[in-house]
Design a protein around this ligand. Structure first.
Ligand code: NAD
Ligand code: HSE
Length: 353
């Protein structure tokens, strides 16, 4: 049975949920997938680093209490030492799930670069490396013969990137428009229910939807990164965050939200990108008071949706979870499945050569 050994970089909500999935589902997951998953390294700012080439006891590390350190375990160290671990791990695949930095993507961009340079596949839910260095990292991965997968960077476990890549091959996507942030959508709904902004944000944090700094969710920089990814990967653009105009929820008051509800409208934070006649791309993030009959007005809570405007099919809309620890861990699992499918295809080609 083929096995993939993983190094988890960042051990917060998402990577812990992946570890739980591997630990809890064990052999059932192996039977279902046709390959085994084993974790051989973990790093985290708070816990330090742990390297065990024979496989880490996930139940043991998941049970560590607050203030614990990997230093007390064999192969453990009090510091994360990300570069040492990534370059020297026995893992074939690095799973990057540290904080998203919406300004320059670091240190996650370096984590991905080190992994690829040392011949390892990468899966990440971190939007920074994908939106801010995606072109470079994809080229680097190709040069090193490894995979750079990032399905969870746009709509958590809902597979919008793979869907667009595989299902829209014979048509032209002219634009995308959607609700691309679970936290802000959840917060807007709770404020409609009468909750104060701070309380609604605290709930979203508790539920594992929010970024480490939830300003990125509320003020649109998280959606800005996702719009860049969709524009570049689905519309074939080459834009940066500077090309995406941005207005966040601070431009909408609690009174505006209540007034809109009374007028049959609902505020949504909308991200969009459209290819213009000259081939350039116009992109934005802004709050919009949608009429209730608009298809995106009914998308509530942490659910997200993206409408693809196509030449042959008209509008195709995909909706599903946009945030959540388990949902996002599933995105990593779907990337690992894609990585294994790539390996099988390569083995098959070699056998026929
Ligand atoms: N939670 C979601 O719903 C969701 C959905 C899609 C994408 N994402 C993205 O996935 C990533 C992880 O999300 P999360 O919810 O697990 O976040 P989190 O804040 O719960 O966990 C991040 C972990 O990374 C660790 N970390 C940060 N910087 C590090 C560094 N330099 N070295 C080692 N460890 C470091 C932190 O200590 C923390 O434990 C983020 O980039 C986030 O934007 C999250
Ligand atoms: N904080 C993000 C996580 C998913 O990228 C959100 O709420 O949508």
């Amino acid at each position: 049975m083929e096995r993939h050994d993983l190094a988890l970089i960042g051990f917060g909500g998402v990577n812990r949920a992946l570890a739980e999935l591997i630990s809890d589902r064990g052999s059932a997951l192996t039977d279902q997938l046709g390959f085994e998953l084993r974790v051989v390294a973990i790093t985290d700012l708070r816990l330090g680093s742990l390297m065990q080439a024979d496989g880490i006891d996930l139940a043991q590390v998941l049970a560590l209490g607050p203030g614990a350190s990997f230093a007390s375990l064999p192969g453990g160290h009090p510091e994360p030492r990300n570069e040492v671990v990534i370059r020297n791990t026995t893992a074939d695949t690095v799973v990057e799930a540290t904080f998203t930095n919406p300004v320059d993507g670091e240190p996650a961009v370096s984590h991905v670069r080190w992994a690829i340079e040392s011949g390892r596949n990468v899966t990440t839910t971190n939007k920074g490396p994908v939106a801010l260095a995606g072109t470079e990292l994809r080229a680097l991965a190709e040069a090193h013969g490894v995979r750079f997968e990032h399905e969870g960077a746009v709509m958590s476990g809902t597979p919008v990137l793979r869907f667009a890549e595989r299902m829209f091959a014979g048509l032209r996507v002219e634009g995308v428009q959607g609700i691309l942030n679970g936290t802000s959508n959840y917060v807007l709904g709770r404020m409609e229910d009468g909750l104060a902004l701070a309380d609604a944000v605290a709930e979203a944090q508790q539920l594992g939807y929010a970024e480490a700094d939830p300003t990125a969710d509320l003020e649109g920089s998280d959606v800005q990164l996702k719009v860049v990814i969709l524009a570049n990967e689905v519309l074939g653009g080459s834009i940066t965050t500077a090309d995406v105009t941005r207005r966040g929820l601070s431009t909408v008051s609690a009174g505006d939200i209540v007034d809109a509800a009374a007028q049959g409208r609902r505020w949504k934070l909308i991200g969009s990108a459209r290819r213009d006649a000259d081939g350039s791309i116009t992109a934005s993030v802004e709050p919009v008071a949608l009429p209730l009959e608009h298809p995106l007005a009914g998308i509530s809570g942490p659910t997200n949706a993206v409408a693809f405007d196509t030449d042959l099919l008209g509008t195709v809309t995909v909706s599903g979870p946009g945030a959540g620890r388990i949902e996002t861990a599933y995105a990593l699992l779907s990337d690992l499945i894609a990585i294994d499918a790539g390996r099988r295809a390569t083995v098959g080609e070699a056998a026929h050569a």
